[in-house]
Design a protein around this ligand. Structure first.
Ligand code: F6P
Length: 304
């Protein structure tokens, strides 16, 4: 996010624009919390996780009244266009702000879940999977030394991208994702085949229909008397210094977003498809569903 903010400020300045940061996401837009950005404000942030602009979940923005307040604030502060970086919720808000009030707005994909249709990559994903993989490698040391079974839960509310990628990268014995039905009996047989006294790592995407790593571990105990350990990686996946790949992606999308606004694009997400810039209507990003690639699901089964 910070590499993105920095790029937008730098490129905006080069194009002769004044770039304003909205402090605290849509809540800040409604409250009129704006801050003019410059080179100094955006210096030394490129390596930092989180966002210096702060952010929020904003239920008020889901209502037309909230968006009307936000539009009035933008107008009274002379803001001519908005770049909104986020996922599904951010894009819904951006789309309706444009539809109802004609505010020019482009979205950029920023979510660790990588689940936005119309872009191959999202800002934050690469950092999240590398953080998760490092954590899983560490857990493997105990799992291997003690011959234990671990259920490790990774994020991904509706999609299994993180789970599939880190599962394959970390040599997991089983990967449970929301895109495929998890068969508990098949999972148990897999654990038995591995050897009940041997290391088994099961990666559970938090959106899996069984209900997460804790539920799965309990189910295994109740049904098969299987004892296991649970580790929920949680928010460590959403922070930390971003990878080089993420920083470059964030910078590229920031620059593209500034130019897209200047060229008159609006109500679209600026994404990357086959290494080219993609302009995708915001509503399509949630109407279509992006699923984990079938080759990866197949590959995972070949590797165990
Ligand atoms: O949507 C991105 C995401 O990281 C999900 O994977 C996760 O379920 C959620 O955000 C966590 O959000 P919060 O920090 O609001 O609990």
């Amino acid at each position: 996010m910070n590499a993105h903010v920095r790029a937008i400020e730098r490129v905006g300045e080069k194009r002769g624009l004044e770039v304003v940061g909205i402090i605290g996401g849509y809540s800040g837009m409604i409250a009129g919390q704006f801050e003019v950005l410059d080179r100094i404000r955006t210096a030394n942030i490129v390596d930092r996780g989180g966002t210096v602009l702060k952010t929020s979940r904003c239920p008020e923005f889901m209502e037309p009244e909230g968006r009307a307040l936000a539009a009035a604030q933008l107008r009274s502060h002379g803001i001519d266009g908005v770049i909104a970086c986020g996922g599904d919720g951010t894009f819904h808000g951006a789309h309706f702000l444009h539809q109802e009030h004609g505010i020019p707005i482009v979205g950029t994909p920023g979510t660790i879940d990588n689940d936005l249709w119309g872009t191959d990559v999202t800002i934050g994903y690469d950092t999240a999977i590398n953080t998760a993989a490092q954590a899983i490698d560490k857990i493997r040391d105990t799992a291997d030394s003690h011959g234990r079974i671990f259920f490790i839960e990774v994020m991904g509310r509706h999609a299994g991208f993180i789970a599939m990628d880190v599962g394959v990268a970390c040599g997991a014995e089983f990967i449970a994702v929301p895109e495929t039905m998890t068969d508990i009996e098949v999972l148990y047989q897999r654990i038995v085949a591995q050897g009940l006294d041997k290391r088994t790592i099961v990666i559970v995407g938090e959106g899996d229909e069984i209900g997460g790593a804790l539920v799965m571990s309990k189910l295994m105990e109740e049904r098969y008397g299987l004892s296991s350990k649970v580790s929920i990686l949680g928010h460590i996946q959403r922070g930390g210094s971003p990878t080089v790949r993420d920083r470059v992606l964030a910078a590229r999308l920031g620059a593209e977003a500034v130019d897209a606004l200047l060229e008159g694009h609006t109500d679209v997400m600026i994404g990357i498809h086959n290494d080219e810039t993609a302009y995708v209507p915001l509503s399509i990003t949630w109407e279509q569903r992006k699923s984990v690639p079938a080759y990866l699901v197949e590959l995972a089964t070949q590797l165990v």
